[in-house]
Design a protein around this ligand. Structure first.
Ligand code: G3P
Length: 478
């Protein structure tokens, strides 16, 4: 009970001078599972200085050596998948099997990033001046990609390991140093992941991980003059970060209200299984979860029936038992979800199952006949509650999708590829999946949100390119 996990700076594990800690509540038991250091602003200043000086030397380290260290970290991470996955189970109640998958996927992501980095960073451009009007061939321009400096990485609770390495890998291969601020739920998993980088033998000060209260060090970190790039995944906080941040590149992946548009000719069995996977994996706590089903009235009864049958088969319980539906991350999150359910009830939605909750555990719930005046039609529950809106035309579906302030992903189900392409073009979202549920992966695919869903594009290649600046040298000939 007394042990407090140390934070990581200057290649060492340290106790905070604050003498204070932050408790991590296990979502299943609702008791304190771990404690982490509550770092101070002074400690953040120190870490920023360390990261700044370590970066200078790192930028001069040959690219192949940077890649070699990343491959080492990837292998170590995979080797330690079991203890790290156990932390994920305890901190964020991710089902045991999915927790292991998250760690393995993260190792693969780091290796891929190292490979991609040596290719795209190892090549520049050569331009000559006489292609532009009025110029002779007297100027040769050489371009290369140089690091930005210190990257601040802030991953969310739902993928504390995977969405941390998706920022760390690109930052490091590109020659940047790193300050990582883990989410409270998921902090210990993050610290274990950082330990794999420590074991891999990265230079001191290059990777630092500070833990603590958002209220104490959140704004202080994001507004710190020592930060040269912020990569954030999470909720609304991202919008306020982007308003307060300095003139630095920002990569933000925020919420989503991913729509699933179902046409009359769709394979309803395929749709139903994708709604289960897309709407209820990790209990709906994914930015890319299906968050509203927009189905043509003529096939709505049949689809709802099929989804109902599959919902009944979902295993509800603790993450240790590999249940499909596990407790949501915090009590306040469960209360928020309940608020959306109560609102839908008052406004007359059809409950396909009875609403049931025990602590943070909410049973999967499909709400039929949802109308636009209900909050659940627009807000993201980040829980196992899925609204169905019946539509009378495809245009109605597209209209609902585009009226959202979010624009992360969406999906359309039809056997008519021409219609699918036209609908994809009409949907104002960063990605549209045809005949499958939304998903970020494979992790080298571009991943981006429009509107309030974010700025910048992710995916391995795009992340590397976001974390460098183009530098040119011009040779002037006599
Ligand atoms: O919620 C985070 C977002 O990146 C989702 O990722 O892999 O579940 O589609 P994924």
């Amino acid at each position: 009970d007394g042990e407090v996990y140390k934070y990581y700076a200057d290649g060492e594990w340290k106790k905070s001078a604050s003498g204070k800690s932050v408790a991590i509540i296990n979502p299943t038991t609702r008791k304190t599972q771990y404690k982490v250091q509550a770092c101070t602003q002074e400690e953040v200043n120190k870490v920023m200085d360390l990261a700044k000086s370590a970066q200078k030397a790192w930028a001069k380290t040959p690219l192949w050596k940077r890649a070699e260290l990343l491959h080492k970290a990837a292998a170590l991470l995979k080797e330690h998948k079991v203890p790290i996955a156990e932390c994920l189970v305890k901190e964020i109640a991710k089902p045991a099997k999915d927790s292991v998958t998250e760690v393995v996927r993260s190792g693969d992501l780091i290796s891929y990033t190292a490979e991609e980095g040596v290719r795209i960073l190892g090549e520049g451009k050569f331009l000559v001046s006489d292609s532009f009007p009025g110029n002779e061939r007297t100027k040769y321009c050489l371009t290369s990609k140089v690091p930005l400096g210190v990257v601040l990485a802030i991953p969310p609770f739902n993928y504390p390991v995977n969405l941390a390495v998706s920022k760390i890998g690109p930052a490091l291969i590109a020659g940047n140093s790193l300050v990582l601020k883990p989410p409270t739920q998921g902090a210990v998993s993050c610290l274990h992941m950082v330990h794999c980088f420590h074991l891999a033998g990265f230079p001191k000060g290059l990777i630092n991980c500070v833990t603590g209260k958002g209220s104490e060090i959140g704004d202080f970190l994001t507004m710190h003059p020592g930060v040269n790039c912020i990569s954030f995944t999470g909720g609304d906080t991202g919008i306020s970060i982007s308003k307060k941040a300095g003139m630095i590149p920002l990569q933000m992946e925020l919420g989503g209200k991913d729509a699933c548009i179902v046409l009359e000719d769709a394979d309803l069995e395929l749709v139903a299984s994708n709604i289960i996977k897309g709407g209820f994996s990790y209990s709906g706590q994914r930015c890319t979860a299906i968050k509203v089903v927009l189905v043509m009235e003529s096939v709505a009864d049949a689809l709802v029936e099929k989804v109902k049958e599959k919902v009944a088969k979902l295993k509800v319980g603790p993450p240790e038992e590999n249940s499909d539906i596990t407790p949501v991350v915090t009590e306040s999150s469960a209360n928020f979800i309940e608020g959306l359910v109560v609102d839908a009830k008052e406004k007359g939605a059809t409950f396909c199952q009875q609403y049931k909750r025990e602590g943070n555990l909410i049973w999967p719930l499909l709400l039929d006949n949802v109308r636009p005046d209900m909050r659940i039609a627009w807000e993201e529950p980040f829980g196992p509650v899925l609204p169905v809106i019946r539509i009378n035309s495809v245009e109605e579906g597209i209209h609902h999708c585009n009226a959202s302030n979010f624009g992360l992903q969406g999906c359309v189900f039809t056997k008519d590829i021409n219609k699918a392409i036209l609908i994809s073009d009409a949907m104002e979202t960063g990605t549209v999946q045809i005949n499958s549920a939304p998903a970020r992966g494979p992790d080298h695919f571009p991943f981006q949100g429009l509107k309030d869903s974010g700025i910048g594009s992710q995916g391995v290649t795009n992340s590397i390119n976001l974390m460098v600046k183009v530098k040119t040298t011009v040779i002037n000939l006599p």
